[in-house]
Ligand binder design. Structure first.
Ligand code: GLN
Length: 302
């Protein structure tokens, strides 16, 4: 495995830095694009890593999987009345479908969907972001995970598009709490800083039938874990979900911080990270690394 990681790393290294770091969140624009790390965590508890796999970065939309998991734990199947399960085929921050579809977002991984999931968690927890951070600290086995307040504040300052989605959903009656409070929790979740190693570990439960071997808890049921993987496979990479399925063939979830998590069910959870993004907002080198990985070892759910 370590030799394989070295091969992939050397294959992809020339691509590192190609693309553009997210600059619509000003605090993310200053990240050095020439960083690249990979971590793989096996269901047997082995950890393999290379490059900048221990460097914490802004997890951004990868947090949507954690908040979805928290909501599923509480609401079960009822939550699907407020958010759909279909790919959107549109950018993650698009507003257009939301009006056509009466304020019900297509899936929990576009921003509108994740904001409605944050609204559900807001109804349930007194301090939703702290609940989420504690949850993720437990799953990753890292009690020191931090929220980057500068990033969270910067997102809140430039919240206009996300706020527009939330207020539109509120106008359709698909919102329970104060929009501004929910946005603050949502941005704080996105602003969690984790390394590839932290994320590969925290996603073990999705490779492991819903059981986290680090915190030793059944996080969600086996069937729910399969469902989250299915949502990642169909919607986790925004409007690139189709070609990611075609080229990589694994459930994946990306974030504009440049991280991508991928799951090999029953075997491994993987995190790759490199901050420069392609046109749809996925890490260019990250996608290439996952392509190279599945090509070398033929891992695919299809
Ligand atoms: N916090 C970001 C936003 O709301 C998350 C987007 C992403 O990672 N795709 O715009």
């Amino acid at each position: 495995m370590q030799t394989l990681l070295r091969t992939i790393y050397d294959d992809v290294k020339p691509l590192v830095g190609q693309g553009k770091v997210a600059d619509y969140i000003p605090a993310l624009a200053s990240v050095n694009p020439h960083q690249f790390g990979i971590a793989i965590y096996s269901n047997q508890g082995e950890l393999f890593q290379i490059g900048d796999a221990d460097v914490p970065f802004s997890i951004q939309s990868i947090s949507k999987v954690f908040s979805l998991t928290l909501a599923i734990k509480h609401y079960g199947a009822d939550m699907w009345q407020r958010v759909g399960r279909e790919p959107s085929g549109l950018p993650f921050n698009s507003l257009v479908q939301l009006e056509y579809e009466n304020g019900i977002p297509r899936n929990p991984f576009i921003n509108a969907g994740a904001i409605v999931v944050s609204d559900m968690n807001q109804s349930r927890f007194a301090s939703p972001h702290y609940a989420m951070r504690e949850f993720v600290r437990r799953l990753s086995g890292n009690p020191d995970l931090k929220t980057d307040q500068v990033v969270a504040d910067s997102e809140y300052e430039f919240r206009h598009r996300n706020a527009a989605m939330a207020y539109l959903m509120q106008s359709y009656g698909n919102f329970e709490n104060s929009v501004e409070e929910v946005l603050k929790s949502y941005f704080s979740n996105c602003a969690l800083r984790m390394s590839c190693v932290d994320l590969a570990k925290a996603f073990n439960f999705l490779a492991n039938k819903g059981y986290c071997s680090i915190s030793k808890e059944q996080v969600i049921s086996e069937q729910e874990a399969r469902q989250v993987n299915a949502l990642m496979a169909t919607s986790g990479m925004y409007d690139e979900a189709g070609s990611f399925a075609f080229q990589v063939g694994l459930p994946g979830k990306s974030g504009v911080g440049g991280g991508i998590v991928a799951i090999v069910p029953n075997r491994f959870s993987i995190c790759v990270w490199s901050p420069a993004l392609n046109k749809v907002g996925n890490s260019s080198a990250g996608v290439a690394a996952l392509e190279s990985m599945t090509k070398h070892i033929g891992w695919s759910v299809y």
